[in-house]
Design a protein around this ligand. Structure first.
Ligand code: ASP
Length: 467
């Protein structure tokens, strides 16, 4: 018999159906056995009455067994109906049970919020953790957020293009994860800290509107809201100024979160300069919600603009605050080109803040080689070193690269805002532990002698001391 989804059982009262799913709850009352069955669409109560040919099997199965169950959909007696609950007014009178796969007792209870369970136990059995209602909700919400962003972008003429994972180290400001090359002994790839340079090259290539839900990998200190890997909705557009990118992103976010049933505190999103934000909130991320709005899950977005382009390094030189590929604001291009008033030069960077988190950031880019060169000159990089670092970008900009700019929205940060979760691990399917161990699988781990030899790698004794 064809499978009926549990969420659709209400349409089949009086009929014999077959459902497939998990045993959520089992209550053995001796003569009868009660169940709650669960599939991706919901739960339903099942009852195995005395005399049912399935009673023997019903007594054998336990929680989280996977079953195919045949039965008749009955209306529940009025007094037993659970008002306001999907399938609260029906139950399945069980006629047959086929065990598709039994389950050992679970290492922790997944019928409740699992956030209090030991992090390592949750990580080891992440696939069970993900079965819990809260994690199912969070992952489905994440999927919907990305889907709606994607739909908006397609509707607005963007092209989805993937960029390489094995690439060159980028000057994004964090440490790289590196991958040894078997074919090129002693040489290494880096995993992308962002698709920044490739997306700019796609503007040179004439795509004009690019996006990607891209994975970015950074070897940073781990925090509640920061892991080694994160996903970003990565966007780049040609022939634009700050306003154009900000307006596009604002429209995308508004359309997406409102369609998901959320309320935005203020539209258009308020804009505040970095200087004013620091004076008012002593931070460039701030929470504009009242306690009552926090309670209601309101989303308070704001743009922060007019960041300083450069900051002093410990050695007394200059480095970029956000992104070395940015353009200064138009009034300050001249200062940049002359290397004057460096501390006063403002960048075209725009950060999107929501409920106290930075949920996105981007800028208009330097699209002419001499502007990018001037940025690096201020940071003390010229000649051969410059050529090695960004020679490929300077070259590309000599072949008709249009003015362009873009942004990246952190998917996890956005989902944390939508769900109210405060830990990254609650919104990623397979997050790492705080110690950098992967979920379920056991990385990082040593390589075999054979693999090391193939990669021309030797491990120094002090490294093995730590393992
Ligand atoms: N590359 C930047 C980042 O990953 C975003 C951007 O400027 O588009 O943070």
């Amino acid at each position: 018999m064809q499978r009926t989804l549990i969420g659709e059982l209400g349409q089949h009262v009086g009929e014999t159906v077959s459902i497939s799913g998990w045993v959520d709850v089992r209550r053995d009352q001796g003569k009868m056995v009660f169940f709650d069955f669960r599939d991706r669409t919901g739960t339903v109560q099942g009852v195995c009455l005395p005399g049912s040919p399935a009673l023997e099997t019903a007594k054998e199965v336990g929680k989280e067994y996977v079953l195919r169950v045949e039965g008749v959909v009955n209306k529940r007696p009025e007094k037993n109906a659970v008002a306001g609950k999907v399938n609260g007014d029906i139950e399945l009178e069980i006629k047959g049970i086929e065990i598709l796969n039994p389950s050992e007792p679970l290492p922790f209870d997944i019928s409740e919020d699992t956030s209090g369970i030991d992090e390592h136990v949750r990580a080891e059995y992440r696939y069970l953790d993900l079965r819990s209602a809260r994690m199912q909700k969070n992952m489905r919400l994440r999927s919907e957020f990305i889907r709606r962003c994607r739909e908006f972008l397609f509707k607005n003429d963007f092209v989805e293009i993937e960029t390489p994972l094995l690439t060159e180290s980028t000057p994004e400001g964090s440490r790289d994860f590196v991958v040894p090359s078997r074919l090129n002994p002693g040489k290494f790839y880096a995993l992308p800290q962002s698709p920044q340079q490739y997306k700019q090259l796609l503007m040179t290539a004439g795509f004009e509107r690019y996006f990607q839900t891209a994975r970015a990998v950074r070897d940073e200190d781990l925090r509640a809201d920061r892991g080694f890997e994160h996903t970003q909705v990565d966007i780049e557009m040609s022939f634009v100024e700050m306003e154009d990118v900000m307006n596009t992103v604002e429209a995308m976010i508004t359309e997406t979160v409102e369609a998901m049933g959320y309320t935005i505190k203020e539209k258009p999103f308020p804009r505040i300069s970095y200087k004013d934000a620091m004076e008012k909130y002593d931070a460039d991320k701030f929470d504009l919600r009242t306690p009552e709005e926090k309670e209601k899950g309101v989303l308070a977005y704001a743009w922060v603009v007019n960041f300083p382009f450069f900051e002093k390094t410990d050695e007394g030189g200059w480095t970029f605050t956000h992104n070395p590929f940015s353009m200064p604001i138009p009034e300050h291009v001249d200062w940049l080109m002359k290397g004057e008033h460096v501390d006063e030069i403002l960048t075209t960077q725009y950060d999107l803040v929501c409920n106290g988190y930075e949920s996105g950031g981007g800028s208009i880019r330097a699209h002419k080689p001499e502007i990018l060169e001037a940025v690096y000159k201020i940071m003390g990089m010229t000649g051969q070193e410059l050529e090695e670092r960004i020679g490929h970008m300077l070259k590309a900009f000599k072949f008709g690269t249009p003015p362009h700019g873009g942004i990246a929205l952190g998917v996890e940060r956005n989902i944390m805002n939508l769900t109210g979760e405060t830990y990254l691990r609650e919104v990623q399917a397979f997050p790492m532990t705080r110690g950098g161990q992967t979920a379920v699988m056991k990385a990082p781990k040593p390589l075999s002698e054979k693999q090391l030899a193939e990669l021309h790698l030797a491990i120094t004794p002090d490294a093995t001391d730590h393992t």
